[in-house]
Design a protein. Structure first.
Ligand code: C2E
Ligand code: CA
Ligand code: CA
Ligand code: CA
Length: 278
């Protein structure tokens, strides 16, 4: 969990000071950005490896700052997490992604594409999240099976009991739960069975240049996930050879620049119109 550290202030270290000022400035700007609708979602395709079929998208947030240009999430999500903004960002991402999914759905007809939305703070895994999800489902009539939430293992660790309960209730609605960034820091095989995940996303550090020993590791993780009836999405698939190799291992999906960069909702709509002409 990311928290602001101790309360000790060290006024004579310029780097620290400017970072703090930056952070407060960004927080103020971010608050305003939400009101001014400067935040947007982009969508990166997720491809079924066995036949290259488009299967879904991961929703990724962007901040289109009037002066600084596009700010990547790595620069503002951690700041949002330290403030009360994180809840508003989560709702924004869910609402927007659901609306875009439903618009695309009119184009693809019965093909049930899924959209996967990131949640980044352990503090969000509470009854409010469940209520928000339920009212979203009621309000929009979206098919819950077409929505996934992406969560990381570290988020589970802050309050495992509560996480288990809340996630089980969310899972009951039919919404999917993906364990994100698997293979980094906190990975524990136990988490695969302790929490109701139906999908596991292999981090690019695990997938990239998977030669020899790492290929063995990758193969067993994929086999285990499959044994637990989970879908496996590999991130950072860099070459066609990697994609072929992963498909052979039984990995279901791939997501990387090789298959396509994140794109705005209207660009996705154009792509779908080409691919699925009515
Ligand atoms: P993530 O959830 O692991 O998302 C995947 C990141 O990998 C995205 O970066 C994506 O653009 C990037 N990526 C995709 N294909 C490739 C590839 O082939 N090679 C490499 N090197 N990178 C690739 P992005 O959009 O900058 O997002 C970074 C992180 O910010 C995300 O990592 C996620 O943790 C967080 N994030 C993004 N959007 C949201 C959001 O709406 N809410 C929350 N809470 N966090 C978000
Ligand atoms: Ca993710
Ligand atoms: Ca990831
Ligand atoms: Ca991440």
């Amino acid at each position: 969990a990311k928290r602001a550290g101790g309360s000790k202030v060290e006024p004579f270290r310029p780097a620290f000071r400017s970072t703090t000022t930056d952070r407060l400035q960004i927080e103020t700007d971010l608050r305003r950005a939400i009101e001014r609708r400067e935040l947007s979602m982009v969508y990166q395709p997720i491809i079924r490896l066995k036949d290259g079929e488009l299967s879904g998208f991961e929703a990724l947030m962007r901040w289109d700052h009037p002066k600084r240009g596009t700010i990547p999430p790595s620069e503002f999500i951690p700041i949002a997490e330290m403030s009360d903004l994180v809840g508003a960002l989560g709702i924004f991402a869910l609402d927007r992604a659901t609306a875009d999914l439903m618009a695309w759905q009119t184009q693809t007809g019965e093909l049930p594409l899924f959209v996967s939305v990131n949640l980044s703070s352990a503090r969000l895994i509470n009854a409010d999240l469940y209520n928000d999800v339920r009212s979203l489902l009621q309000k929009t009539q979206v098919n819950p099976a077409q929505l996934k939430l992406e969560l990381t293992e570290s988020m589970m660790m802050e309050n495992p009991e509560q996480a288990r309960l809340v996630l089980a209730k969310i899972r009951e609605t039919g919404i999917g739960l993906a364990l994100d960034d698997f293979g980094t820091g906190y990975s524990s095989l136990g988490h695969l069975t302790q929490f109701p995940f139906d999908t596991i996303k292999l981090d690019k550090s695990l997938v990239r240049d998977a030669t020899d020993k790492r290929a063995v590791l990758l193969r067993s993780v994929v086999a285990m996930a499959r044994g637990l009836d989970m879908s496996v999405i590999a991130e950072g698939v860099e070459t066609d050879d990697d994609a072929t190799e992963l498909a052979k291992m039984g990995c279901h999906y791939g997501q990387s620049y090789l298959f396509g960069p994140p794109a705005a909702a209207d660009a996705v709509m154009r792509l779908l119109k080409e691919r699925f002409p009515l």
